[in-house]
Ligand binder design. Structure first.
Ligand SMILES: [Mg+2]
Length: 376
């Protein structure tokens, strides 16, 4: 018999990365504790101005379910379906993702197994990993190119860039050609177009970069624009990636039905939860579509959940890492992974395998909130 008895949330500070490459966004961390002494960590995706709103949803949701004995991820998922009443939204789904993640962490600790062994019996030992080269500030082609070299020396198996960031279509094509020259043709190069407003931008860029063999063409339009995605998929023949801004499974069903995608990249901390992620993977498999989880989150809790999931489902594509977020994460979290030769390996700790020093986390926190729960 066990009830949740405490919920704690932290919103981390937004600071420049140690290497000055980018501004680290605020992260939302969640710790659930049971009256049996178990605890689990979760993380919610967030965007500017929403952090405290998502934290509020987390506390309200956990409070409303505190009367449930032995709240499992499955039971939580079912309760959320009722509470949501068909209305999801990405901020609500970010909250449910964090809570479900922490319940999975507790499950792992109770069963004394790492999460990937609980999710599947057909797991793999390591997962292909790529680095996203993102900065809010414009970096010219030379800077981007030397950044790519640096990152490749850190063992990643692929690179993602944003060629249209403050570039014209022609400049974007030149950028892609330079980065391809730097990487060589054996290294997967992913292009994220970050949803241009006009479909013609993507359609004009596609033939210009085709010879540089991009591994994928991400968000050539907004993920909701299914017919435009389908048009780009048909006209370009490039691998179309979408899904990071979507939550729940209905959108993914619709996109599969329209044959508008090659790879889905739902975010581990905003899609709704690991159970939704598994449903999306299973549906995608039936349609010869792969899943490559998005993770614009910290490289601690959310990244661990993503890698566990990718280990459990060997036909998932690649795990996404933000290299400059790692030193920040290690200020308060243990290093539970190694990246070598294009793959990431986790150590074999129970649950998610993350160990967070809450005193050190507090030093990096802009807002902390806790609630003691009453099971009655
Ligand atoms: Mg993207």
């Amino acid at each position: 018999m066990s009830f949740l008895n405490k919920v704690e949330t932290w919103i981390s500070k937004s600071i420049p990365s140690d290497d000055g490459w980018s501004q680290i966004k605020p992260f939302i961390f969640l710790k659930l504790t049971t009256d049996g002494g178990y605890y689990g960590w979760g993380e919610a995706f967030t965007l500017p101005t929403r952090e405290k709103g998502i934290v509020e949803i987390v506390h309200n949701l956990v409070n409303s379910l505190s009367h449930i004995e032995n709240l499992t991820p499955d039971r939580f998922h079912k309760e959320v379906e009722v509470i949501a009443d068909g209305h999801r939204g990405i901020d609500f789904s970010a909250a449910t993702s964090a809570i479900e993640m922490s319940l999975w962490d507790i499950e792992g600790k109770k069963k004394k197994k790492p999460l990937y062994k609980i999710l599947s019996s057909k797991y793999r030992d390591k997962v292909p990993v790529y680095a996203t080269i993102w900065s809010e500030d414009f970096k010219n082609d030379e800077k981007l190119s030397s950044r790519c070299e640096e990152i490749l020396n850190q063992g990643y198996g692929g690179i993602k860039i944003y060629p249209l960031q403050k570039r014209t279509i022609d400049q974007a094509a030149i950028c892609v050609s330079k980065i391809r020259q730097t990487l060589g043709f054996n290294m997967p190069l992913m292009l994220d177009l970050a949803c241009p407003k006009d479909i013609n931008i993507s359609l004009k860029l596609a033939p210009l970069i085709e010879e540089f063999k991009p591994y994928w063409f991400e968000e050539p339009v907004d993920g909701e624009a299914t017919s435009a995605l389908k048009e780009i998929k048909n006209q370009t023949g490039l691998r179309i990636v979408t899904g990071e801004k979507q939550c729940g499974i209905n959108h993914f069903i619709e996109t599969l039905a329209a044959d508008a995608v090659d790879i889905f990249n739902p975010d581990i901390s905003s899609v709704g939860g690991i159970i939704d992620m598994i449903k999306i993977i299973e549906l995608s498999n039936k349609n010869n579509v792969r899943v490559s989880p998005h993770c614009w989150n910290s490289m601690s809790i959310a990244a661990s959940a993503m890698v566990h999931l990718c280990m459990s489902f060997p036909n998932t594509e690649m795990a996404e890492f933000f290299p400059e977020y790692i030193p920040y994460t290690l200020k308060f979290c243990n290093k539970n992974f190694e990246i070598n030769n294009g793959f990431i390996e986790l150590d074999n700790r129970e649950g998610l395998g993350v160990k967070i020093d809450t005193n050190l986390l507090m030093e990096n926190t802009s807002s902390y909130k806790f609630s003691i729960l009453d099971k009655n």
